[in-house]
Design a protein around this ligand. Structure first.
Ligand code: ADP
Length: 468
């Protein structure tokens, strides 16, 4: 048994950086949890707090129901694997793996049995007498994993363990770690910035940004039901295409207007829009999101999906063998880009991942079909989804929207306050400068007058003396 409960966890570094804010997560026994997000979002800090390598500023951490905030790392029954393997260079693989157990004074026979068993699982039995420098990167990382396995911990913590490996080895090690998790049947918490690692390995994924959890979900739910624009853009490659638009039409015929184009949402999809009245035929803008793989250029799709087709200009066609990528521009962007000479400024705003044998040619307009059953809609201001998963989920989305709207209003209020404060400060400074200048001028005028008077006295005196 090894469950973890993180309750309202915060990390504020002594420098004042708030690295993690109100982190709440219950991790069940044997789960493979992945913390994912861009660099600096607080993943490693969270992992290090679980390991006990970093103090928890506020909140509670329970392992198997026991509060461990103040427990030393060695007493938490966890093992951590880092990106830079951190093997002892002067020790053999065997000794590297046995070292921690020797420190714990385990009987020799037990150490030997555990090291050999771990080596067998990891397929490194034949390297046990080698030193780390005689191993490849992948083999070294296996030794680092072995060192963690022999401790038979309750929880494995892995901090970007594959980042130092090349792409091929990384994908191989990915499957090895998944197999290892299945074999050991222990709780794994894995940190990565790589969404592919997260999607392929995690049973549940925690997406983080700026120290805040954005969404905790299974890989497929993150992909199908991203809670906000950030998650939608972070999961999936190439990234989801986003367009600013508006909802127009009637309750029974909801259309998305994007520039000059209009597509009609399937009825079932439209019925899942939360607070439709707020958006339908109003000024409130939405973000329309569509994944590259939900776009098709095949004639049969275009024919059967008339209401979901738009025309785009195809700039570049990249045939990758297994698929083809089309780099396109919407008509609006074509107009906006007219006359731009540099290829850097000449951007694309739509990528389509189409069939490998696509016949679409670059340099011309083409009709494409969008699978609107899988499109996403976000509020432009809050960036939160306005599409519920189902009827029951509507209230939750509504609540989140309201919360984010409040936050946005508070942000705007604070920004306005700050601006007013700055303006007042600038005004006060200006007045102070003016007063100072006026004072200086008055002083100058006074001194000029005195000089004139003094000169006159001097001149008179001189004249008088010369007369004498
Ligand atoms: P990630 O693992 O997602 O890249 P980290 O957890 O390492 O992010 O860092 C989160 C934030 O905390 C960043 O802004 C980082 O600069 C800051 N940070 C990390 N470690 C320290 C530290 N020891 N002292 C001060 N700030 C730190």
């Amino acid at each position: 048994m090894s469950s973890l409960n993180l309750k309202n966890i915060y990390k504020v570094y002594s420098s004042g950086v708030i690295a993690v804010t109100d982190f709440n997560l219950d991790i069940e026994d044997k789960e493979f949890i992945v913390l994912v997000g861009p660099s600096g979002c607080g993943k490693s800090t969270t992992l290090r707090m679980i390991a006990g390598l970093e103090e928890i500023s506020a909140g509670e951490l329970y392992i198997d129901g026991v509060l461990v905030n103040n427990r030393a790392p060695k007493d938490r029954d966890i093992a951590m694997v880092f990106q830079n393997y951190a093997l002892y260079p002067h020790m053999t693989v065997y000794d590297n793996m046995a070292f921690g157990l020797k420190l714990r004074k385990l009987p020799k026979a037990q150490i030997d049995q555990r090291v050999k068993e771990a080596a067998r699982i990891l397929g490194i039995e034949m390297y046990l007498s080698r030193k780390p420098k005689a191993l490849s990167g992948g083999q070294r990382q296996r030794v680092a994993l072995g060192r963690a396995i022999v401790r038979e911990p309750k929880v494995f913590l892995l901090d970007e363990p594959l980042s130092n490996l090349d792409a091929k080895l990384r994908s191989q090690m990915r499957t090895e770690i998944t197999k290892l998790h299945n074999r050991l049947a222990t709780t794994f918490i894995y940190v990565t910035h790589d969404q592919i690692e997260a999607m392929t390995m995690g049973t549940r994924i925690v997406v983080m940004k700026d120290g805040f959890i954005q969404q905790v979900d299974s890989p497929i739910n993150l992909y199908d039901y991203p809670i906000n624009q950030f998650v939608a853009g972070f999961i999936g490659s190439p990234q989801m295409n986003f367009f600013t638009g508006k909802l127009i039409g009637t309750k029974n015929k909801v259309c998305v207007q994007i520039g000059e184009e209009k597509v009609e949402l399937p009825k079932e999809k439209a019925s899942l829009i939360v607070n439709l009245d707020k958006y339908l035929n109003t000024d409130r803008e939405i973000i329309f999101g569509v994944r590259p793989e939900d776009i098709s250029d095949e004639a049969s799709d275009i024919k059967s999906n008339e209401k979901g087709c738009i025309e785009v200009f195809v700039d570049v066609v990249e045939a990758l063998g297994s698929e083809t990528l089309l780099y396109c521009k919407t008509k609006e962007l074509v107009k906006a880009n007219e006359g731009k000479e540099s290829i850097v400024d000449d951007i694309n705003n739509l990528i389509a991942k189409v069939d490998a044998r696509s016949e679409t040619k670059a340099g011309a307009f083409a009709k494409i079909s969008i699978d609107l059953n899988h499109c996403q809609l976000f509020d432009k201001v809050t960036e939160v989804t306005i599409l519920a998963r189902d009827e029951e989920n509507k209230a939750k989305i509504e609540e989140l929207q309201a919360k984010r709207e409040e936050e946005e209003a508070e942000k705007a209020r604070k920004a306005a306050e700050k601006l007013a404060e700055e303006e007042a400060k600038a005004q006060a400074l200006l007045e102070k400068q003016r007063a100072k200048q006026a004072k200086k001028l008055a002083k100058l005028q006074k001194s000029e007058q005195t000089t004139v008077e003094e000169t006159t006295v001097e001149e008179v005196a001189e004249e008088t003396s010369s007369e004498e």
